[in-house]
Design a protein around this ligand. Structure first.
Ligand code: NAI
Length: 239
């Protein structure tokens, strides 16, 4: 399929379409209309049609979408119809949690190696993946055709390691360190920040609680302020 420039907003929705379509396949559903998909996904049918039109539609008027076909086309668009070799830099709590999650492999992301500076960790094996010294990083990348590096190290160390990865030919960094990396144009970074997601959740719950607080203000505002960004709060943990 010819690749054209697709907006980030559309790309960010594709994994969700992919997940729902995967569930439909498991349920044995072969065809689905944009209206049915819309009610399952709580996205408007016109949004679905618009999004999928970006890639030539895949659907037929009055006939719906062929679920398997759409699923495999979205996989191609996302590049998960092929294998990606991944390494993890930082074999601490988060690095090991990622290594222990088997589902990434089902999506074609195969974790080939982990790296750390801690001599107590070097040599350990997590789910068949050896933790190596970070001194071996460049050689390992070269010899194992690595495309993606996950950064699960302290933020102060992240820029230096990112530079090394880029010099070694890595073009994709999955960045968990709480810092914005400066990278050349031909390198892509996907930042993952669970705490930002939690703060958005906090904002939403505070907003919701504030509306309800009109009825019983004190308890709810206290709850919000333990945790929040809301207008009542001046010194919560995220400040
Ligand atoms: P941790 O302390 O358990 O693990 C960090 C590991 O990095 C340690 O094993 C350490 O030896 C290693 N390390 C330090 N410098 C290194 C270097 N130059 N090269 C290779 N390895 C090095 O910490 P944890 O909890 O696993 O967190 C790791 C990072 O991820 C931290 O920056 C933390 O703030 C961040 N984090 C981000 C989250 C997110 O949602 N983005 C969620 C949780 C943690």
């Amino acid at each position: 399929m010819e690749r054209k420039e697709i907006s980030k907003a559309v790309i960010s929705r594709l994994p969700r379409y992919y997940r729902y379509l995967g569930e439909l396949i498991e349920e044995g559903v072969e065809r689905i209309s944009s209206n049915e998909l819309s009610s399952r996904m709580k996205v408007t049918a016109s949004q679905i049609r618009q999004d999928l039109n970006n890639f030539g539609g895949f659907g037929q008027q009055g006939y719906g979408y062929n679920v398997k076909y759409l699923y495999s086309e979205i996989a191609k668009i996302l590049g998960i119809d092929r294998q990606h070799n991944v390494i993890i830099i930082g074999a601490g709590n988060l690095g090991q949690a990622i290594a222990n999650y088997t589902n990434f492999e089902r999506r074609g992301f195969v974790i080939r190696g982990m790296f750390d500076i801690n001599p107590k960790l070097i040599g350990l094996v997590i789910r068949g993946i050896e933790i190596r010294s970070v001194d071996d990083l460049e050689t390992f990348i070269r010899e194992n055709n690595i495309q993606i590096a996950a950064l699960t190290i302290p933020k102060t160390k992240a820029p230096e390691i990112a530079d090394r990865l880029i010099k070694a030919g890595i073009k994709a960094i999955w960045n968990f360190a709480h810092t914005d990396l400066v990278v050349p144009d031909d390198v892509v970074v996907e930042n993952v920040h669970l705490s930002e997601s939690l703060m958005r959740l906090s904002y939403r719950v505070c907003n919701m609680q504030e509306k309800t607080a009109a009825h019983s203000p004190d308890d709810l505002i206290l709850f919000c302020c333990l945790f929040c960004l809301c207008s009542h709060c001046h010194s919560g943990p995220f400040h």
